[in-house]
Design a protein around this ligand. Sequence first.
Ligand code: ADP
Length: 462
Amino acid sequence: MFRTLHSRLLLAFLIVSVSGVVILTLIIQIGVRNSFNQYLDVRREEQMNRMVEILEGEYRQKGEITGEAIGSLLHQQGMTEGLFYQIYDEKGRLLADSTRMMEMMGMMGKMGGVGRTETTGATATIPLAVEGKPIGKLVVYQVGGNVESQTIFLHSFYQSLFLSALVMLIVSFLLSWLFSKELTSGLRRLGEAVRELKGHNYAVELTGKGTPQEMQDLILSFNELVHSLNRQERLRKEFTNDLAHELRTPLSTLRSQIEAFRDGVWEPTPERLAETHGELMRLVRLVNEMEQLLMAENPNLPLRKEKIDLHHFLSQLVAQISPLFQEKGVSFHYESPGKGVSIWADRDRLMQIMMNLINNALKYTPPEGKVTLILRKKEDEAEIEVKDTGVGISEEDLPHIFERFYRGDKSRDRRTGGIGIGLSIVKALVVAHKGRIEVKSKPGKGSRFILSFPSISYHENR
Ligand code: ADP
């Protein structure tokens, strides 16, 4: 009972609205009864005064009170106002009496009011006088309860009041039910969607239309979460597929070569063994690079950042790598504005980035070609460019070269030994350093890889 948010909200709304309706009804009822009683008192006072005026007027005209002038008034006031009179002259003789009518109407039991005494049952005695001379007295009996017309009025008023209270209660129940259902519907749908997600159904998308703003925000975040899970799931599948694909070729080559040795079809000459070893090393490299990529793509990749003066760093790198260029007959140049361009970076990772780019430039540039390493100082950034006059990258390959296992020219790259992971690692490491990498290339003309890192301003210290 009342375990769901819907029923709890409904209960809360109902408690508020029912207590509101009950309190309002009670206040209206008490208020109306009080003002009605006040109204009745004022009216009775007026009626009594009217009676006194008529009697005194009669005395002035005729010199005595007969009670004839008020015969019909006595009857009328008894019936409609619950006022009954005994009229006495100055000698105490009873001239007119409407209290018998009261007995006939069975109202004696209800008699009451201020000043009522047990002996007389009178509620008030009003002396009659003309020009200061007493001419008699008027004894008024007031029936405590309401006379019929008044009872009917109050009765029908209470009926309408309770009826409207009932209608208000029903309406408030319906509205509370609808409102609490509306409020919780988004949460319910969200709960169902999360259950779907748990069952690996990533095709759930919610619409927050018509729900409160907070709920819409929550649904929006949920949809973003679903998209990101979807993307992760797609990447995971692609990755497994790619990996299986990449492993298949060297494994099947290795298998057929080893089977050929085993069955005596092939002589295990040193050249053939070297070829087999080459395939094996390709597998080893694949696994190593996969490991590197997984590490580089880890969002929590620990970076041992230090302040690195890029001119100093790149000069060392150039000295280290130049012999490889000489060996292939590719010229290698380095251009720099000199000292003073520094970034925060992990030295080993930065070395890995540069080695990958420079090795690629060397790999894809034929002898007689030229590779240039350029350091530039931009406003808030340090820019490093690796430019070559090599084979270049075709327009359709260009957008994909940072994707893992993507190789421009498959047959060529299998020959050159490329696995297609190097640039994915470079990109992941650059991103981990809050940098950017851009590539521009024209097939046959060469390629330019441009790295940008946030630079350290002259005074900055960290
Ligand atoms: P690989 O191990 O195959 O070199 P990379 O991820 O380093 O893998 O590069 C992906 C692809 O990008 C390469 O197969 C190649 O086609 C292309 N590429 C990278 N660098 C260059 C370059 N300097 N010149 C021409 N093509 C390049």
